[in-house]
Design a protein. Structure first.
Length: 285
């Protein structure tokens, strides 16, 4: 991980922890190279999950380290999820890392699993929100004292005013909810959203440092509904066809290798179903 606060506590005794890399202003290039080399020697392969909004200097450092080491055992996995969603995704990959999957499949699973994370937040204002479309009427309502808004960025963007008739549409399969509280004092996520989504449990975590900037306000409660346990995640990943990268030989799912970046050939692309097709958790009864 690229931030220590994106490393969530494990949900069981089998889930390993993650290494939090340090940004360029906290670590020299020589130290970064030594650390990455040690991780490769210790674990064999390294999967670095980082946000799409990562600082340019930090992203450049990651690519520089991989290039200097001339390694095909380092995967840089970018995610457009909000900060708490990325933390949840990284924990799921940690769970998969101790299963019977190769490193290539674990890294490629990030793209698949992101489709099953309903990431959002309760916000006191949407005046600076640029992650989902916000119309002028909703912007105006942000100036009304006491207004609150429920937002979901994916899989389908949603925005509703809390207290109105509109509701956030949740997942159609069993999930758990992880939430992180900012400076907004509200129990709406636990008392209203969680029951309406019929989540199987709620876990609280510390708010990632990047969350206020990502959502445009510090007055928020961030949340992410996700697949409940490793057995479900394992079944989902196992249901997707696996291929072999033509360039580096890594096993993968999807249409691109996360370690060398090579796409599958056009013939293989036609043969492989799009990620998510035919790989759905069971709907609620």
């Amino acid at each position: 991980m690229t931030r220590a606060d994106l490393v969530l506590p494990p949900t069981d005794q089998q889930t390993p922890t993650a290494v939090a890399l340090r940004p360029p202003d906290e670590q020299s290039l020589d130290d970064a190279l030594a650390e990455m080399h040690l991780l490769q020697e210790q674990f064999g392969y390294v999967v670095v999950v980082h946000p799409a909004t990562l600082e340019t200097a930090y992203a450049r450092r990651l690519h520089t380290v991989r290039a200097i080491l001339e390694s095909d055992r380092i995967a840089l996995v970018e995610s457009a999820l909000p900060p708490l969603g990325i933390a949840v995704l990284a924990r799921q990959l940690r769970q998969l890392s101790v299963c019977d999957f190769s490193a290539g499949v674990v890294a490629a699973a990030a793209r698949l699993l992101a489709h099953y994370i309903h990431a959002g937040a309760l916000l006191a204002s949407v005046t600076r929100l640029d992650r989902v479309p916000v119309d002028l009427k909703t912007h105006a309502r942000s100036w009304v004292p006491g207004s609150q808004f429920g937002v979901v960025t994916g899989p389908t963007p949603q925005l509703v005013r809390v207290g109105g008739d509109a509701r956030l549409t949740g997942p159609e399969y069993a999930t758990r909810l992880t939430l992180a509280r900012g400076q907004l004092q509200s129990d709406w996520v636990t008392e209203t959203l969680a029951p309406s989504w019929r989540v199987g449990g709620v876990q609280e975590a510390a708010l990632p440092a990047d969350s206020p900037g990502w959502w445009g306000t510090s007055r928020l409660v961030e949340f992410a509904a996700h697949l409940p346990d490793v057995s479900v995640i394992h079944q989902l990943v196992s249901s997707v066809r696996r291929e072999r990268c033509n360039w580096c030989g890594m096993e993968l799912i999807g249409d691109r290798c996360c370690f060398c970046g090579a796409p599958l050939t056009p013939r293989e692309n036609r043969a492989v179903a799009a990620i998510g097709d035919g790989a759905r958790p069971a709907r609620r009864p």
